[in-house]
Ligand binder design. Sequence first.
Ligand code: UT7
Length: 326
Amino acid sequence: MNRAKIIATGYYLPSRILTNEDLEKIVDTTDEWITTRTGIKERHIAENDESSSDMGIKAGSMALEKAGLEPEDIDAVICATITPDHFFPSTACLIQKGLNLKNSFAFDVSAACSGFIYALHIAEAILLQDRVKTVLVIAAEKMSSITDWKDRATCVLFGDGAGAAILQKKKGDRGILSSFLGSDGNFGDLLIVPAGGSRTPVTEEIVRGGQHFLHMKGNEVFKVAVQKMVNSALNSLGRAGLEAKDVKLLIPHQANLRIIKAVAKRLKLRDEQVFINVDKVGNMSAATIALGLAEAEEKKIIKSGDIVNLVSFGAGFTWAGMVLRW
Ligand code: UT7
């Protein structure tokens, strides 16, 4: 049987680190509040002139090198991002240019924090149904570019970075085993960048009111996040004929340590079954799970044949679960 298999991963984190102590000097907050409410201690922040595509290019370049592939081997590029360099051209096209991927088509996916799993799902469909042999999936986010640095309720939560995965069609039982994707636009207003698009173009007044920044009703998002992530994990595992106890590693979206712990508890997972890096990188939206997967591979937390469960939740609302046999 043919499966879409991840043959290499890559990642990039900007070198600049913003700690909770640094944030104490910017807004009315404390390390104690951020740590107990979110589990975040620090996050990486891109340079002013460093964009999502710049970070995606670095993550993609690492994946290409690890796969031992040449740029011309890539047939398609899918970039998950909610912080594109521009409305258009797509960030995927900019990454294609940056990596000199002459033989590929390229497009973006907008599914917020679920974007990486959505993009892997699309990559699988393209690989299994088309002549495409190799797909590069990138998730790249410069969350700092849509952050209101005067809003303590949101500015402490997010970080910048990128992750990448290269997929190929392979015979055998390793690769993507199942996916479970969902959305509910009724919750759109709870986590949104209100202005800057065609609904409310940017004006001086909009900018003065900070409507071009990310806005979130955090505690309302929290409640749905736990429920949908548990549901996505169980449904994706069920579709693969597996249970939570079969999972070597759950890589959940890293928005908040309390959410991750609540999800793990409901799934009855042991600590060593759950990947956590939110303390070091904060919430990087779509790039979070891409980085988690690359880190888990690099640190050899996952090995050939292990069952890996990716689970996400984000703006839209969108949610997703995916089961891989590594
Ligand atoms: O990535 C996509 C999905 N996103 C998520 O899943 C995020 C989900 N939400 C969360 O993680 C949490 O709701 C937050 C971490 C965002 C907030 O935690 P919370 O326990 O829900 O706090 P809250 O928003 O209910 O605020 C509690 C209090 C408020 O003060 P009062 O009204 O009780 O006096 C806030 O003003 O904490 C205050 N507060 C802060 N205090 C110090 C909010 N932000 C801060 C801050 N420092 N940075």
